[in-house]
Design a protein around this ligand. Structure first.
Ligand SMILES: [Zn+2]
Ligand SMILES: [Zn+2]
Length: 115
């Protein structure tokens, strides 16, 4: 295994929201970015947990928070926080995008639906 095979800092994020939730009318709490391919997925507190699902399906082991002001990485293999390089911009979702998001799709009782 090559070091850092899970991180490609040249790949931009896939978009402003979770790829699967945007396709399926879902919603999310926080967003995570795959450091290998740029896939944006929802966090483990979100109903669908697409970031973890993406990692399990692809073997892409490292994510970075896609939340404004957060730059930590997480390694699924070691289950530890990690440091990493600056990834291709943007490094977080649009600041005007609410948490949870996206606008218009979050149910009123969203707090009861978190994991
Ligand atoms: Zn999702
Ligand atoms: Zn990936």
């Amino acid at each position: 295994m090559t070091a850092n095979v899970s991180i490609d800092p040249t790949v931009p994020p896939s978009g402003p929201g979770c790829m699967e939730c945007m396709a399926n009318d879902g919603w999310w709490l926080h967003l995570r970015r795959c450091a290998a391919c740029g896939h944006i997925g929802c966090c483990d507190s979100s109903p669908a947990q697409h970031a973890s699902e993406h990692a399990a399906h692809t073997g892409h082991l490292v994510i970075q928070s896609f939340e404004p002001g957060e730059d930590w990485f997480w390694n699924y293999r070691t289950s530890e926080f990690a440091d990493g390089p600056h990834l291709a911009p943007p490094e977080n979702h649009p600041v005007e995008q609410p948490v949870p998001g996206p606008i218009g799709r979050v149910p009123a009782d969203w707090q009861r639906r978190l994991h």
